[in-house]
Each structure stands twice: as C-alpha cells, then as structure tokens.
Design a binder for this molecule. Structure first.
Ligand code: FAS
Ligand code: PHB
Length: 394
C-alpha cells in the first residue's frame, strides 16, 4: 500500500536551501513539501557556515525568518588579513559604498527556518528514506520514499534537488547529460567551536609559513577557529591543547597573547574542494545549493551561493504559477551558473592566496606571495575583494 501526496513542488533536502525555498513558496501560496532524510536535531547538529552575504540576509527577512538574525547576528564592515605577523584590515564598507556581511551561524538560521516552517504548518518530512526520483523528463515527475515501513509517492510539477553534495538528485541526472568540474586541494580545515570570547571583534584570515588559520565567531561568547591541516590528519590527532598551541603560532604575537582557550564543543576536519555540476536543470528537476556546487570555505561563499540559486528559483516559480510565465525556469541553469562560477573563482583565489601548498614549485610560491602583496597595496584590488565578499548582486 503506497500513500500518495499531491503537491506543486517536491523539495529533496531540509538544509538551508530546501527550507528557505519551501518557506518562500509557501508565503506565496505555492504548495510544496520538503523530504529530509535525517532528523531535525541531526541537521541542526552540523556546524557549518558563519558569514551571510547581504543578499542572504535580505532573503531571510523576505522569508519572514530574519528577526533573530537581526537581533543576534553581528554586522561586520571589515575583516583582517594577517601576513607574516602584520594585520591588514580589509574595509568592506569603504570599498563597497557601505555594504557589509552578517555574522550569524548556519545552525541558527536553519533553526529559524525550521521554526518558521512549523509556524506555517509547512510540510517538512524527516527521516524520509530511500528517496528516489522518477519521470524527471516528463510533465509528471514523482518522488518515492519510505518512513519506517510506510511507502509514499509525491506527485508534483517540479522536483528541487536541495540535498547537498552527497544527495540523490544530482546522481539522478543521466551521465550523458551531466558535466562535473572539480578541483581538490591538498589540505583540509580542522575546525573548533568553543564557548570562549572571540579573540578579535572582526574575522582574521591568517597566512603563515606554518599554514592558514581563521579566527571567526558565532557570538561574543562562542568562537569558531580553523587551522589548515594535511589531508592525512584525523580529529584524533589533535587534542584541544595541540590545537590551541598551533593556532597561537599562526597568529601575530599580540593576538595570540589574548587568545582565550577552552574545551572544544565541536571539532571536525573538512576537506577542501571546488566543484560544479552542469546543467543545474534536467527536465523538471532543478538543482540548488551544495547539490550543484561546492567551494572551499575560505571565501565564505558556500551557503551564500545557495542563496542566489534559491532567489532565482523562487522568482521563477512565482512567475510560472502566478503569471503563467516559465521563462525564469528556462533561464535558471544559465543564470545560476553565471553567479556560481564567480563564487568559484573568488573562493579559489582566496584559497590559493592564503594557504601553504606543500608541493608548490618556487615560481608558484613567488606568485602566491606577490598576489597577496598586490592586494594589500592596491585599492582597486581591495575593491574587487570587497564586492565579492559582501556578495555580488543576484
Ligand atoms: P546541505 O548539505 O546543508 O543540506 C542538504 C540536506 O539534504 C541535508 O540536511 C541532508 O541530510 C539532506 N539529504 C541528503 N541526501 C538526501 C536524500 N537522499 N534524501 C533526503 N534528504 C537528503 N559554507 C560557508 O559559507 N562557510 C563555511 O564555513 C562552511 N563550512 C562548511 C563546513 C562543512 C563541513 C560543510 C560540509 C560545508 C560547509 N559550508 C560552509 C558549506 C555549507 O554551508 C553549504 O553551503 C550549505 O550547507 C548548503 O546548504 P544546502 O544546499 O541546503 O545543503
Ligand atoms: C565560519 O565562521 O565558519 C567561517 C567564516 C568565514 C569563512 C569560513 C568560515 O570564510
């Protein structure tokens, strides 16, 4: 016996991309359902992004989910780059005519989205297992899944693949249609979350002979730190004490001296990769967020690239259902990819400029040094960095 659910838009994935689109569509009366394979608590247990572009923050407000972000998030008008012990401030506001970013954790914004979905009685199905997509190249696509022993079929007009890098959606596109572009970096980021006062009022991106480090935060009592580590390292190789000692060695002396250390409440290693899947549409399947693209987190573009995908899909679905105009859907893949590749470029540039590459030929090492020296000496180069960091227009 299979239970049949009829809706307009079937969304696979209950991360920020899927939840944001679901909320925006529901507010416009466009019926949808979210199928998430994990529990709400599991999704909220993942520690990920921390910096929101202006555009993402605006989308949260449009989705009527921005209240806590505006109350608890921090507006940051700049960040620092530590180059060999000297701190250089990148003045985002000055170089963008007053623009900024919001520092607010992905965990919190995902919680806000879940709460908003629940408040509207939105259909978010957790522990939806064995999700399988059918008839994507027909006018009547469907999604099957099970909850426990109960089987379900979702009949819909469109399927949104918002199920992240390891999801089922991208893999449902025929191999002779899908093109994948990937670059894997020879290191990872060891990240620590600690209930400590952040070492600095703004983020510090640190380039040192020992490797890259990043000092970030979630609030004035919750700090987020990263150090570049070899891909062969495991979390077990790094005690809290070893982490704090190494981080201090990758910061200017006066910063290291004021670093407040404490027990890690989360510790994980993320590999760094750049990845894009094209096209982002196949029949009536639309890919969004990490299902279609991944960036190394150096430029804080990951979650923010998902935001523009969702913005484009939201407006295309509104035009289709409310105006009978499907041009936005037809243009989605090309439009989304145009911005995705700019985020790919920026993330690759920041990563290549700031990390230690173990096997860099000497010429490449000199190029890396001069790239940073040029940035720090050029207003025009800082204009370019700033417009990318606060977020290129949707
Ligand atoms: P997500 O992966 O967040 O969500 C996809 C959802 O789909 C998940 O909840 C998953 O359980 C579900 N799913 C998967 N397969 C499914 C299936 N078959 N059926 C049903 N559901 C399924 N970005 C930054 O900007 N800054 C950072 O510092 C940063 N750090 C990161 C650290 C890590 C370890 C990772 C993995 C990513 C990081 N990112 C960072 C990027 C991250 O924030 C993503 O861009 C963001 O989570 C994208 O959101 P979604 O597209 O919703 O994908
Ligand atoms: C974070 O706070 O997790 C963060 C901030 C900026 C980045 C990457 C990660 O570039």
């Amino acid at each position: 016996m299979t239970n049949t659910i009829k809706t307009k838009v079937g969304i696979v994935g209950g991360g920020p991309s899927g939840l944001m689109l679901s909320q925006l569509l529901d507010l416009k009366g466009i019926d949808n359902i979210v199928l998430e394979k994990h529990t709400r608590d599991y999704v909220l247990s993942r520690i990920r992004a921390g910096v929101l572009e202006h555009g993402f923050a605006e989308l949260m407000r449009e989705a009527q989910c921005g209240e806590r972000m505006d109350a608890e998030g921090e507006i940051h008008e700049g960040f620092y780059i530590n180059d060999g012990g000297t701190m250089h401030r990148m003045d985002l506001a000055k170089h963008t005519g007053g623009n900024s970013v919001v520092v607010y954790g992905q965990t919190e914004l995902t919680r806000d989205l879940y709460d908003a979905r629940a408040k509207m009685n939105g259909k978010v199905i957790h522990e939806a297992l064995d999700v399988t997509l059918h008839g994507l190249d027909t006018d009547s696509p469907s999604i099957t899944y099970r909850q426990g022993d109960e089987k379900f079929t979702v009949e819909c007009d469109f399927v949104i693949g918002a199920d992240g890098f390891h999801g089922v959606s991208r893999k449902s596109i025929p191999k002779d249609v899908l093109r994948e572009y990937e670059k894997v970096y020879p290191f990872g980021w060891l990240g620590v979350l600690s209930r400590t006062k952040p070492v600095n009022h703004e983020l510090i991106y640190s380039k040192t002979e020992r490797g890259f480090a990043l000092c970030s935060l979630r609030s004035q009592v919750l700090s987020r730190y990263y150090i570049q580590v070899p891909l062969t390292d495991t979390v077990e190789d790094w005690s809290d004490e070893a982490f704090w000692d190494e981080l201090k060695q990758r910061l200017p002396g006066e910063v290291a001296a004021r670093l407040e250390t404490g027990p890690s409440i989360e510790k994980s290693i993320a590999p760094l990769r750049s990845f894009v899947a094209e096209p982002m549409r196949y029949g009536n399947l639309f890919l969004a967020g990490d299902a279609a693209h991944i960036v190394p987190p150096t430029g804080a573009r990951g979650l923010n690239s998902a935001a523009s995908d969702i913005y484009y899909l939201y407006h295309a679905m509104m035009d289709h259902y409310l105006e009978g105009d499907s041009s936005g859907l037809d243009q989605y893949s090309a439009k989304a990819l145009a911005r995705v590749w700019k985020a790919q470029r920026f993330s690759w540039w920041m990563t290549t400029m700031l990390h230690k590459f173990p096997d860099h030929p000497e010429y490449d090492q000199r190029l890396q040094d001069i790239e940073l020296a040029y940035l720090l000496s050029s207003e025009a180069a800082q204009d370019s960095l700033a417009e990318n960091y606060v977020g290129l227009p949707f």
